[in-house]
Design a protein. Structure first.
Length: 164
């Protein structure tokens, strides 16, 4: 084998090495995107489950046992949250989830932190926070994880309707 053939062989090995590195880098990036997607779907599932759990409860403490027809009987905006001594197992109304934080560590893929915020909203401005009582409350569930690059935030509005 002469010098020209040796240089061609070295050049071919160099090109092969660069292609292997590029393919390996693409595979690692794809795996990272796939992992983020899986964790994102799981976080969305956790947030949706939390919203569904809150929606099963009564609209307000005043409406747990009986219908409410007067806004003044609803919980004040500054008092939204669980009652004194109320635990998550005993939550009985929607706004008890205000300030609720839950650590989810029983999943094999990652640990998640779920945080909830509940506020009154005006029908004409559902993205804002109302300082007055209304027939509409919004829950915002935020899911974070050290394993995820994104934060998942989902909101839902729960309105009170009483039909006679």
């Amino acid at each position: 084998m002469n010098t020209g053939q040796s240089l061609f062989s070295i050049g071919a090995l160099l090109i092969l090495s660069l292609n292997v590195l590029r393919v390996n880098n693409n595979i690692l990036q794809t795996d990272s995107v796939l992992q983020d997607s899986k964790l994102g779907v799981l976080a969305i599932s956790l947030a949706t489950s939390m919203i569904e759990e809150a929606n099963k409860k009564a609209f307000d403490l005043a409406s747990v046992d009986d219908a409410v027809t007067d806004l003044n009987s609803l919980t004040a905006p500054g008092s939204l949250g669980p009652g004194w001594g109320e635990t998550p197992d005993a939550y009985n109304d929607f706004d008890d989830y205000n300030g609720y934080i839950k650590q989810v560590s029983g999943l094999p893929s990652a640990e998640f932190t779920i945080a909830c915020q509940v506020c009154y909203v005006q029908p004409n401005n559902p993205d804002g926070i109302s300082s007055q009582k209304t027939w509409h409350k919004k829950i915002t569930v935020t899911v974070t994880s050290p394993s995820m690059t994104d934060t998942i935030r989902i909101s839902s509005i729960y309105s009170y309707w009483h039909f006679r």
